[in-house]
Design a protein around this ligand. Structure first.
Ligand code: PXL
Length: 273
């Protein structure tokens, strides 16, 4: 039976990140995807100036309450960018009331990149992300986010031993599985390394590195990983699919100078079948 998940993150109306990528990606992989928007922004906050933000903290409990009344249950709660600290307790409450018995809380602590927090965020958001990570089953940070979660200095280029220690630190916080993105052990290759503390297994996949950064790729990466796992695929298959998916999206976007704000994932998604 196909899985049903709810994703809690913002709607950046323009810019190809958060819910406007998570929803189509998950749907295309056959996952029923409900959304709980945490805020509505005119654009994402990376590279645009003068963006508008309409916080939805007041609305969220009403939506959650209605779902509880309707006895709606999800196989997973997938959280991303969260801009208001009151929403972290809501996520923890949702875990109790809206998850199926064997359902999973999956946290993408989308809050930082390249050693820095996103412009609209602060240390309180980091604390909140730590608090939901402690309750998560799976956490999917990039190297910067992992450093913030663990309160350790940001290491742009950790070696295998350092990556193992980061992954161990993340799973020590609570999650059974941690997936660390942006890892590179050799020139020209970049990918992700995952660790499952129950099996003790470390899995990795590295794809061709393209020297260009785009916003939203972390959100697409997490969505592809989550879609694969929900569909019963192995972590190895999930990592491979997500890394190669991102490479294709970047290749699709590179030649368009007007499209620096995100990647063109649509054609990659459409070409999957
Ligand atoms: O892609 C992560 C993300 C999500 N939501 C908002 C953002 C960003 C990254 O900058 O600004 C609002």
């Amino acid at each position: 039976m196909s899985k049903k998940i709810v994703s809690v993150q913002d709607i950046s109306c323009y810019g190809q990140c958060s819910l406007t990528v998570a929803q189509p990606v998950l749907s295309a992989y056959g996952i029923e995807t409900a959304i709980l928007p945490s805020a509505i922004l005119s654009t994402h906050t990376g590279g645009f100036t003068g963006f508008t933000v309409h916080d939805l903290t007041e609305e969220m409990p009403k939506i959650i309450k209605h779902w509880e009344d309707e006895k709606i249950k999800f196989d997973a709660i997938y959280t991303g960018y969260i801009g208001d600290i009151r929403q972290f307790d809501m996520v923890k409450d949702m875990k109790k009331t809206l998850l199926k018995e064997d359902g999973q809380l999956i946290v993408d602590p989308a809050m930082a990149d390249y050693g820095k927090l996103y412009v609209a965020l602060n240390e309180d958001i980091v604390k909140g992300m730590r608090s939901i990570t402690r309750e998560a089953d799976i956490v999917l940070p990039n190297l910067t986010e992992a450093a913030f979660l663990l309160d350790i200095p940001y290491n742009e280029n950790p070696n295998e031993e350092e990556v193992s220690s980061i992954l161990k630190g993340l799973t020590d916080m609570g999650p059974e599985t941690a997936v660390l993105t942006g890892v590179s052990y050799e020139e020209g290759k970049i990918g992700a390394v995952a660790y499952n503390k129950k099996t003790g297994e470390t899995t990795s996949y590295f794809a061709t590195k393209i020297e260009r950064n785009y916003h939203g790729t972390g959100d697409i990466f997490s969505s592809v990983i989550i879609a694969n796992l929900m569909n019963g695929q192995s972590l190895q298959t999930a990592l491979e699919d997500a890394c190669e998916f991102i490479v294709k999206c970047i290749k699709q976007t590179l030649d368009d100078d007007t499209h620096g704000y995100g990647v063109k994932f649509e054609e990659v998604l459409a070409a999957r079948r």
